[in-house]
Ligand binder design. Structure first.
Ligand SMILES: Nc1ncnc2c1ncn2[C@@H]1O[C@H](COP(=O)(O)OP(=O)(O)OP(=O)(O)O)[C@@H](O)[C@H]1O
Ligand SMILES: [Mg+2]
Length: 311
């Protein structure tokens, strides 16, 4: 039996569907990802699956319990790491963990041992008795990650756990959450970083505008690009107008702007590269580099929606 089963899950806010008829099954022990741009409906999905928000329509069971009728049983089994910090600045690291432990009915010697374990896991054992307000951003971030683990949940929701971190801190968090999984915790992670979903997740649901538009392992998603090739263009000052002209070029299936320049999907990379160069020189766009790249999850998203995850 799947640990998460959602069917036709829908949330309407003011007449707009934030989550639109989502079907999802997550197996016990799996590392599952929801990948999508801002506003795709990731946090709303997590809020419904974790019993915080009532669905407008649809059914969800967590480990066989129904979210509408058995929320209490479910809350014992799940941990939530929200997108915004949930820590108390005026408490110490250990006091924060004790507070959340007691909320979940963990007490006494068991609580003490668990606090020590978790602080060691995030290398804050020496700072156990310091107030959280004296912590650096990275330290708060690490502590926030383990708060949701205090009661040893079977299923952990991580909502954008690395947003805003620098690349080095992000790597440290990745290694940490991989350890959570290796201790037997099922993980549902949301992210808008395609590298993160690719590196961590066994299966990924790509979301856009409330809908799941693709769901598979990262490798199979990337293979779904099929015979298309990806041209990666590093260039500055690519305007909307240039992008629109590029999209009209013969052989261009999809094109989207990225932070570095452009990505172009085409069945004929060599011919299209020459056309891109010509167009760029007419338009006064300076190309720094141009090459055929391996498909990424970003390209899967571009193929399906015509835009990038950051658009
Ligand atoms: N409480 C609310 N009331 C009204 N609209 C909401 C509410 N919460 C979310 N929405 C809307 O629902 C849509 C999905 O939002 P959600 O926060 O789930 O997206 P997300 O994928 O988590 O985005 P992000 O990457 O920015 O966190 C958005 O259009 C958002 O404005
Ligand atoms: Mg969100």
């Amino acid at each position: 039996m799947a640990i998460v089963e959602a069917h036709d899950l829908t949330k309407v806010f003011n007449g707009r569907k934030a989550v639109d008829s989502l079907d999802l099954e997550i197996e016990e022990g799996e590392f599952f990802g929801l990948l999508g741009p801002n506003g795709a409906g990731k946090s709303t999905t997590v809020a419904m699956l974790s019993t915080i928000l009532r669905p407008t329509r649809g059914t969800v069971t967590i480990a066989g319990y129904d979210i509408k009728r058995q929320a209490k049983e479910i809350r014992r089994l799940i941990g939530v790491v929200p997108q915004e910090f949930g820590l108390y600045d005026e408490l110490t690291a250990a006091e924060n963990l004790a507070y959340f432990g007691k909320l979940h009915g963990v007490e006494g010697g068991k609580l003490k041992v668990r606090i020590e374990e978790l602080l060691r896991l995030v290398q804050l054992q020496d700072r156990a008795n310091d107030l959280v307000k004296t912590f650096s951003g990275g330290m708060k971030h690490r502590l926030n990650l383990v708060v949701g683990l205090i009661h040893e949940p079977k299923l952990l929701f991580l909502d954008e756990p690395t947003t805003g971190l620098d690349p080095q801190a992000r790597l440290a968090v990745w290694e940490l959450i991989k350890r959570f999984q290796s201790e037997g915790v099922t993980i549902l992670l949301t992210t808008h970083y395609m590298e993160e979903a690719d590196y961590l997740c066994e299966r990924v649901a790509i979301m856009d505008r409330g809908k799941v538009i693709a769901l598979d392992s990262p490798a199979r998603l990337k293979r779904s690009i099929g015979k298309l090739e990806v041209i990666e263009v590093k260039a500055r000052k690519v305007t909307k107008k240039v992008l629109n002209e590029l999209r009209k070029l013969k052989g261009v299936r999809k094109a989207a702007r990225t932070t570095e320049g452009l990505r172009v999907l085409t069945p004929a990379a060599n011919e299209v590269m020459a056309r891109v160069v010509t167009l760029a020189s007419f338009a006064g766009v300076q190309i720094d580099s141009l090459n055929v790249a391996q498909p990424t999850l970003e390209d899967v998203f571009i193929k399906l929606t015509g835009k990038t995850l950051r658009d």
